[in-house]
Design a protein around this ligand. Structure first.
Ligand code: ATP
Length: 238
């Protein structure tokens, strides 16, 4: 299996200017991830799980360390890459799945879901067919496909969000509590899609409050509980 991600001594904290102090989120985290591997992040509330995902996605700036991503264009350090390269990687190779949809005014659910495929060069018709397939798989009522998700319920918005985030296979997928507030059917569809992506070689790093849903997919676990040495953090699931 080819290496997708090499995380070396990654450290992140937040400077609280109004309090005049610095809060450590995680310290000296190192791990490698190969194609098709599923890594679960665990640790108490506030251990830094979401912050680690956001730092890897470059939504947060790291304090120190290296994050080498082996993209189709070659190896690139996600911490020092230019913004334009990060934008390209987010469009083509690195996905981030959260429970929150970024809806846009007057863009229908089906158009929002089809967009990543269209940007990857798929024809409008094929992208729309595929979008409807995934909206249906996640249990979004057909009446809603042409409506604007800004008015959808929380659960409906989340389903549209998942369909959009998972329609295009990525090399690396970051998952931040994607099952939170999903009904049984949508949860099953999500887990089936993740299994399919994993089998096709997508590497995944996930935070799940109920990891039982994805227990059969997990290869390794990293525990971000503060105070652990790096070698104590990692567990291989057999
Ligand atoms: N933007 C921010 N500014 C300041 N502090 C932050 C910020 N984001 C997170 N933190 C702090 O960093 C620490 C780690 O937060 P994070 O959300 O990563 O934890 P978590 O492990 O995902 O927790 P949970 O299980 O509760 O979701 C927390 O103490 C939090 O208050």
């Amino acid at each position: 299996m080819t290496t997708v991600l090499e995380v070396q001594s990654l450290t992140k904290g937040f400077t609280m200017h109004h309090l005049g102090n610095h809060l450590a989120a995680f310290d000296q985290v190192s791990f490698n991830l190969k194609a098709g591997e599923f890594l679960l992040l665990k640790g108490q509330n506030g251990a830094g799980k979401s912050t680690l995902l956001r730092t890897l996605y470059r939504s947060y700036v790291a304090q120190s360390g290296k994050v080498i991503f082996h993209s189709q264009h070659g190896a690139i350090d996600l911490l020092s890459a230019a913004d334009v390269d990060i934008t390209m990687l987010r469009r083509e190779e690195i996905g981030f799945v959260t429970q929150f949809l970024v809806a846009r005014p007057r863009v229908s659910a089906e158009a929002l879901v089809a967009e990543p495929l269209r940007m990857a060069g798929e024809t409008a018709e094929a992208a729309m067919d595929e979008a409807r397939k995934w909206l249906s798989a996640f249990g979004v009522k057909e009446d809603l496909w042409r409506a604007y998700p800004t008015t959808f319920s929380g659960g409906e918005q989340q389903k549209v969000n998942l369909a959009r985030a998972l329609i295009l296979p990525q090399k690396l997928l970051l998952l931040d509590e994607p099952t939170a507030s999903l009904d049984v059917k949508a949860r099953a569809a999500l887990v089936a899609r993740l299994a399919q992506l994993k089998a096709d070689g997508t590497a995944m790093i996930g935070v799940f409050h109920h990891p039982d849903d994805v227990a059969h997919l997990i290869d390794r676990v990293i525990d971000l509980t503060p105070g652990l040495e790096n070698e104590e953090r990692e567990d291989v699931v057999v």
